[in-house]
Ligand binder design. Sequence first.
Ligand code: SF4
Length: 761
Amino acid sequence: MRILRIAMVSGFGTSKGGYFSDVLLGLLCSDALALGHDAKMLRVYYDGTHRERDAEISQRLADWLLNEEIDLVVTDRVLDNSPFARWKAQRPASRMLLLPPPEGMASVPPADAALGFRPYERRRDHGEMGDEVRRAFAMWLAADLASAEEADIPGLSQVRHGRLQSPARSLLEATGSSLHFRPVVECEVISDSAITPAPYTVFGNGGCPYSRDVSQAAPYADLQLPEEDEILRKGCAFCTMGGDYDKRTNQETVASVLRQVSYLTEHLPKPHSFVLTDQHPLRYLTLLLERAEAEGIREVTWLLETRADWLVEHRAALEQSIAIAARTETRLQLYLVGFESFSNEDLERYNKGTTREILLAAADLVRELARLHPRHFGYTRDRGHSLILFHPWTSPSSLLESGETLRANGFSDFFYDITRNRLRLYPRLPVYSLAKSQGLVTDDWVGDEASQTARSKGYSVDIAWRFSDPRAAIAYEACRKLRNDLGGETEISQLVAVSRWSAGFPADETPEPDDAVGDLESALAKLSDRFGRLLQGSCGDRAAPVIFAGACNNACHGCENRDRFFPDDGESLQGRVDEAREKGLPVMLAGREPTLHPDFVPLIERARSEDERRVGVVTNGRRFAYGKFTAQAVRSGLSDVSVKVFAPTAELADRICRVEGAHAQAMAGIEKLVKVGVRMEMRVPLHASALDTLADFAELASSHRVGTIRVEVALDSLGLRNLARAETSLEQLEAACRERGVRLAVSPLPCGMRGFDRMPA
Ligand code: SF4
């Protein structure tokens, strides 16, 4: 037998690794070693945002494959095929196997074979943990990697004429007794930054039991769909998992999961964190945790995925499971809840079988359970929760509706990659047939960025489509641009700003996305440069923010402080104050309007504590107009105040915060605060309607004996069409401040209105 040098290669689109699992590769590696081959695991982490860095990673991968003289690469995701092409060019006898075959059997050169089920073969027919794949792989190794024709290996498909041929024999024929679970967990790593090891995956049941037939969804009612074996009618219309679930008893599933966990807890260092791959774990979670407790499995974090509506339906089981978790120092972490959209129209198009109202109820339930059981249940640490805002039917108005729903519900706690996700179309999906029937499927993508997305995330390359509303194409590119440049902190604000901006283009005469986004890019670059320069001179000691997420007595247009939900009860805030104090920095109370919170004064005292820590507040200043309240706050330790002033004149400021008399009250508050000697700054959120009078803030500040102005930008209250004006107005404000000896500071653009980590200078 020829001893093969085999590399099990798993690629990750970001240095965070995400939730893609390489357990099956680990099992195949263990099988190959047991057969006497020289096999090893390799994880390759791309950066995902810098092409040069990713090119260098690919170069290192190609070098590794050549230096290791690899004969066979087995991989489940090809993010960049160039390193494999280089390796194969210099080792033409080597082979490359894909697991499983990509959607649509599209070939992924230079892979020359794939192992998996035929497109219409369903999970419920095969065994657990990829046993068929492992048996077929062992047969292929025994046949010295012979071609499918020669070796007749079940599930093995070859590339012919650039396309993967459907396997001659079904993988279902690779039968036998169930195999051990001893995956190789050690692996070599190629990456250019420190890696956060991804939680290890354990197999629950494959597939998904959600099986609503797509014909029940209105958009498909009259649609002529392909034959049964060519399309996945059941389940969500964009997903290949629906209507097909392993049919095992809960006892069997639980026994299998615990067998895997007991092996992994022995072979992996603590802390133990496992992704339970199962779309519906709630049906057996209580039993699993009871059995784990009985077997002494403790201090484990279980990462769970589920439909949102099943959380509401199985609330009792979830609460029971949390109770068991509390007994065994275990944590249940929701990492992937399928929301997809908060528009009922979208949900019907996705055949999601649920409604916006149920999704909102599920979010409230999860938040409540996390507030009640912070140590044993959560949903924010691993935010893989899914939202698909960009699809062929997206329009500026649907984006605005989504953005406003996300803001009104503070959904930044759930979603991390709001604007980066877009619908992926594959031939077997009903949503593909729907798009095709409306002429929205295209031969190629407009611009190549979009096509890279699926691949850069490690998905099979999908079918190109176009937006029915061309302004949505501009919105998509603009969102990607802002997200890449400004990061995720203000993603909801970016989305709302882009939806309003893209709605401003004539639908019948829409410019090319590159042109429109090009203009936006240069305006943003100029404003970023000015902010960059002012940031260097910006002052104020670093602070540890404590976020309030409750009431506010203003109603400012474009307030970003609603974008992220936080439990706002006294106990949760006390916890956040203690966490902030642990950083050893001054404490800044901020977000919404902290002065309205019933525990505001006790929280100041808690933040100040024995070591008399400096305590600041970011506020609209209105409550400080009341001398008694100001005195009480200062007595309890308040030393610094950053007062938001929305415009230099009352008429304009009141119009922005939509409260008559708010500006006068804020200025009265500033008067009181200056009188009692607290350290002050005037905080100026850039607003479109205040740009022409921005320079007047210098006079306003100096006339109220306030030494510093700190400017911050919420993109949607500024408006993307005003970036250039903002840059000019800022220049004028800079000159006016210099003239009056007022310090001008700024919050970094990526922070938007939530740059709370600086005390007044
Ligand atoms: S999206 Fe989720 S719920 Fe829908 S079919 Fe797929 S796995 Fe099931």
